[in-house]
Ligand binder design. Structure first.
Ligand code: BGC
Length: 267
């Protein structure tokens, strides 16, 4: 049984499902089966917050267990700044405050790709990797997490670099492959354009490809010709949950340290 203080709860808010589970942060493993509830439609802030609260209450969590939540948008200091693939009403919403108030837990919100990236760096294909590592998630949209010697540069949004005059994700996301019914070769040619551009802009040391389609990596990664080592993510579907939990634990520790320092100052 994992020690209590090495555990946190992770929640992944996606377009179709909201998934959550407790995570043992010494191994990166889920300590109970994950629960999935369909994302309410329309996915407005109030309805999503109620679903997150419902999900948490289906587990018997200690009050002090930190909760990390992923969200598919730029998240700065807990506030959603964009809404590329979610309802526009999220822009300007303090997601952190909304979920903390609704669930009664200390909630930390993070961009979904940043969370997946943190999980890969801690427990997956980025473990112990130095230099510039890019984690690119191919899903409904295209997410990215950028690491420099293991430190996250948050909200990189590399799915929105311009390709053919628009956000690259509108040309090469996994959802576009499905919608346009592209065969693997045709889609890989689009990925080639995208990753060559990314490689030119950032000279990364390693690219990790995540998102649901990464489990089918054999169909497209071998077709790419890049200078950079490009590998599939290891954690697949659970990366968001694990990364969010890991971040929540780190934030809780940082806040406790700060509170201790502040208390010492006022002595
Ligand atoms: C959003 C990102 C998100 C990605 C994956 C993009 O459209 O702008 O914030 O990480 O989709 O969900």
């Amino acid at each position: 049984m994992a020690k209590k203080h090495r555990r946190a709860f992770g929640i992944d808010i996606g377009g179709s499902g909201i998934k959550g589970a407790p995570v043992d942060l010494s191994t990166g493993e889920l300590t109970a089966d994950r629960v999935r509830i369909p994302t309410p439609q329309p996915s407005l802030p109030d309805a999503v917050a109620d679903t997150v609260a419902e999900l948490i209450s289906s587990f018997d969590l200690d009050d002090e267990m930190p909760v990390g939540v992923t969200f598919p948008a730029v998240i700065q200091h807990g506030v959603a700044q964009t809404a590329a693939n979610v309802d526009d009403s999220w822009i300007g919403t303090d997601v952190d405050a909304l979920l903390t108030e609704r669930t009664g837990h200390d909630v930390f919100v993070v961009n979904d790709a940043d969370a997946a990236g943190i999980a890969e760096m801690d427990f997956g294909a980025g473990r112990k990797k130095k230099g510039v590592v890019l984690v690119i998630t191919l899903g409904t949209g295209v997410g990215s997490a950028m690491f420099v010697d293991g430190t996250l540069v948050p909200n990189a949004e590399l799915g929105h670099v311009l390709l053919h005059g628009d956000s690259a994700e509108k040309y090469m996301a996994s959802s576009i492959r499905e919608r346009e019914d592209l065969d693997w070769e045709t889609w890989a040619a689009r990925l080639q354009e995208y990753f060559s551009h990314i490689e030119f802009l950032f000279s990364p040391d390693r690219i990790i490809v995540g998102g649901g389609v990464s489990k089918k990596h054999k169909h497209f990664l071998p077709l790419l010709d890049l200078k950079t080592t490009i590998v599939p993510a290891k954690l697949r579907n659970e990366a968001g949950i694990i990364g969010a939990a890991s971040l929540a634990r780190q934030e809780q520790k940082a806040l406790a340290k700060k509170a201790k320092k502040d208390a010492e100052k006022t002595k």
